[in-house]
Design a protein around this ligand. Structure first.
Ligand code: TEU
Length: 540
């Protein structure tokens, strides 16, 4: 497998609006990112992924773009952005930007023109259909609304939106539109960015026939449609191949076989992907399913394409809450989850705050939440006559706001995030969980991340090693090896609240590299404490 910088990198995701507010308006901003770059550098990070900061009415927190060349006032301006790139590069870091080209905002001038009349030259830049039997063209749902069709009274047609009504989908069949997008990509690449995280990039192609779905609730019909690989190969030819950049596609609804088509090195599409088998199949932790997913993706991409490892991001509840233990064993559990992400095959992603073990939230009322996905779902269910409190409770665990509360820097008011009123409430546990406290405690989650990241720099086995699951059928213990050249690492972890036993038969000569418990292993090495994890190097 070819060695590449983006395979060896550790990526840190900055949800800038919740990262650090430099001017007191309650929103994090790009200047705030500049102020915290040394913190990110000290952690050992190589690449920063910034969520979208293009001009936007902000209905979906920047994923509804109204101008691809402008910067949202809340975030800053072009001069600050240029300074940010410079400061990132000065520290030897790289930066990738979110590319959101499946849809725009309904306020984007392209859409305003497109909806102005059926004959407008830009009509065809979006997807318009006549009604069928006086109703929407089919029964499809969108991610954020009961239908993916919205009626336009003026011109008597429906437009198509995979997400909110305010996010109409672009029509990638139109070559003029495609060229506009490529031009825009070059604009940002020429400013010096180092790549893109591509939002729902496998949704660009739509089904030809728009026939009714048997089960409209399984919205996989929105993705992976014929023509998608032609678009991505064209994008590669026209834009990406001319730059030394990394690309990571957000690719929902794919198996490893389908995923490989996007990242196979010989196909010239994308470098890596985020698949959502873990997020979609596992509302809560499921060890056996997780092992199956890891093995099938490892086998499926082996020697041909590259994976990513993550358990949370701005759309998915913080990992220690969703997949670990955020109570008694929060620290051990956060370290265990980190170990998996950094020692399983693929490029690891850290979502801001994960490195101090930040947890999900539980606000009292729907009014405290901002997430458009959650709010729309709440109103849809309540309008069917369901009990509001019951609906509210059912949406809490997976609300996207679980990950979007402000970064907890210290124990001063608003967790040191802002001197103003934050756009979303701070998690009340900031007194205990914050960066300042983590930096003072040598045993903190933060220092464990630092060690893991440093290890990756020194040990190719963590990046390029073959993967083997030793105990595929155990419900709690996850034991696997990574082997590269003549080096083998054994990773042993106990993902539960009880002690477990593992006999090290066949691994007699072993040296401990890292562990999340401070204890004497001379006695009882075979007992693994709750959420204990150990990394060994094996001598054969
Ligand atoms: O998210 C798309 C999205 O909702 C899915 O990828 C989902 O996470 C997956 O299918 C697992 O269930 C992206 C952005 O990350 C999100 O913030 C935006 O709201 C959305 O696209 C629309 O741009």
């Amino acid at each position: 497998m070819n060695k590449m910088w983006w395979k060896e990198a550790v990526v840190y995701q900055i949800y800038w609006r919740s990262f650090f507010d430099s001017d007191g308006d309650g929103y994090g901003d790009l200047k705030g990112v500049i102020e915290k770059l040394d913190y990110i550098k000290d952690l050992g990070i190589d690449v920063i992924w910034l969520n979208p900061f293009y001009n936007s009415p902000d209905r979906d927190n920047g994923y509804d773009i109204s101008d691809y060349y402008g910067i949202m006032e809340k975030a800053g301006d072009m001069a600050i952005f240029e300074e940010l790139i410079q400061e990132i590069h000065n520290r030897g870091l790289k930066v990738i930007m979110d590319l959101v080209v499946n849809h725009t905002s309904d306020q984007h001038p392209w859409f305003v023109e497109s909806r102005s009349s059926k004959d407008h030259p830009k009509r065809d830049w979006y997807i318009w259909e006549d009604p069928k039997d006086g109703k929407a063209p089919n029964n499809w749902r969108s991610y954020f609304a009961p239908s993916c069709w919205e009626w336009d009274e003026e011109t008597g047609q429906y437009y198509y939106h995979s997400f909110a009504v305010e996010q109409p989908d672009l029509n990638w069949k139109n070559p003029v539109l495609r060229n506009e997008i490529y031009k825009m990509m070059r604009f940002w690449l020429d400013k010096g960015i180092d790549g893109f995280r591509m939002d729902v990039i496998n949704l660009l192609a739509k089904k030809e026939d728009f026939l009714d779905a048997e089960n409209p609730y399984n919205i996989s019909y929105l993705a992976n449609n014929p023509g998608i690989h032609d678009y991505l190969q064209e994008m590669h030819r026209e834009v990406l191949q001319h730059y030394n950049v990394m690309t990571v596609g957000e690719i929902p609804f794919v198996s490893p076989d389908e995923g490989l088509l996007y990242v196979d090195e010989s196909r010239n599409e994308l470098n890596t992907l985020f698949h959502f088998q873990v997020a979609d199949d596992m509302p809560t932790w499921d060890m056996l399913r997780y092992k199956e997913i890891q093995s099938s993706w490892y086998e499926g991409l082996k020697q041909r394409g590259w994976n990513s490892q993550f358990l949370n991001n701005h759309d998915h509840t913080r990992q220690v809450t969703r997949y670990g233990n955020d109570g008694k064993y929060r620290v051990q559990s956060a370290k265990l989850l980190a170990t998996m992400i950094h020692t399983l095959p693929g490029t690891p992603y850290i979502f801001q705050g994960e490195e101090i073990g930040m947890t999900g939230v539980r606000f009292d009322s729907i009014e405290d939440y901002n997430d458009i996905a959650m709010k729309n779902k709440f109103h849809e269910e309540v309008s069917k006559g369901r009990d509001p409190q019951e609906v509210f409770e059912s949406l809490l665990l997976l609300s996207r706001d679980n990950s979007r509360t402000p970064m907890q820097w210290n124990d001063s008011p608003q967790a040191g995030f802002s001197i103003g009123e934050p756009w979303i409430k701070v998690n009340p546990n900031y007194n205990e969980i914050n960066v300042e406290a983590a930096l003072k405690n040598p045993d903190s989650v933060y220092y464990y991340y630092r060690k893991l990241i440093a290890l990756r720099k020194e040990n190719d086995v963590m990046v390029y090693g073959d993967y083997k699951d030793i105990l595929p059928d155990d419900d709690h213990l996850y034991v696997y090896t990574r082997s590269y050249k003549n080096i083998t690492w054994l990773i042993v972890l106990n993902h539960c609240d009880e002690k477990q036993t593992f006999t090290f038969e066949g691994y007699t000569d072993r040296d401990l590299i890292l562990s999340n418990y401070q204890r004497d292993l001379e006695t009882n090495e075979e007992i693994l404490f709750p959420h204990e994890v150990r990394i060994y190097q094996i001598t054969k």
